[in-house]
Write a protein that binds this ligand. Structure first.
Ligand SMILES: [Cu+2]
Length: 216
């Protein structure tokens, strides 16, 4: 029985390794709640906003999957709710574990940003093996935003960006959707993705226990 418990414990880090939004500061972080749209269970804006540049902004993540599809969205205003309707960076694939720094963010043409405009950034990745995971950060735009300290936005060894393997958003699992409404599709496909994720891990753990039980 000891061996079975050890095997299950070994699987646990795999299931819980997701991603973390470090800069700008996330509203909060509860790893098990990351699948909860739109902000990983943190539904209300933080009172402590990061002052973020109007141009050439950066976003720092900590990556817990060997590979992840990543998309960055933004909702404008003091409390966008779930209306993350503007794409800041379209879906791409990141590879490697650890620190991951995204740079050169600029606001899309036609969006009117001034000093003091509030907004919320939503970072969306896929799960294990797929399904949406969400982290949000509340910001205030400023043309005089400080450059983040050295070491805040870095890349771990072997961390790299490759072209997206799919045109789907990270939380979509099936179909060839070309939806431009991130929030709508995110809501619709999330629960199916999460149950697929849970089924996958449950199955894996049971298979492992069964195999060991036969050995014992
Ligand atoms: Cu994970």
């Amino acid at each position: 029985m000891k061996i079975v418990l050890f095997a299950l414990a070994a699987l646990a880090p795999l299931a819980s390794a997701h991603f973390k939004l470090n800069y700008p500061a996330a509203r909060g972080f509860v790893e098990d709640n990351l699948p909860q749209f739109p902000c990983g269970s943190f539904d209300t804006p933080s009172s402590n906003r990061t002052v973020w540049p109007v141009s050439d902004g950066s976003i720092s993540l900590q990556m817990g999957h060997i590979s992840a599809n990543v998309e960055v969205l933004i909702g404008f205003g003091n409390n966008p709710g779930s209306a993350f309707n503007t794409v800041l960076r379209k879906t791409f694939t990141e590879q490697g574990l650890g620190a991951f720094c995204m740079t050169s963010f600029s606001i899309p043409e036609g969006v009117n940003i001034t000093d003091g405009t509030n907004a919320t950034i939503q970072v969306l990745t896929n799960g294990d093996p797929d399904g949406g995971l969400y982290n949000c950060a509340d910001i205030t735009f400023s043309t005089s935003a400080p450059v983040p300290d050295a070491g805040v936005c870095t890349n771990g060894t072997g961390v790299k960006v490759v072209a997206a393997t799919s045109t789907q958003q990270p939380n979509e699992t099936t179909g060839a959707s070309t939806s431009t409404s991130a929030s709508a599709s995110a809501t619709g496909s999330k629960s199916a993705a999460v149950s697929a994720l849970n089924a996958g891990f449950g199955g894996l753990a049971m298979a492992g226990a069964a195999a060991l039980a036969i050995v014992l």
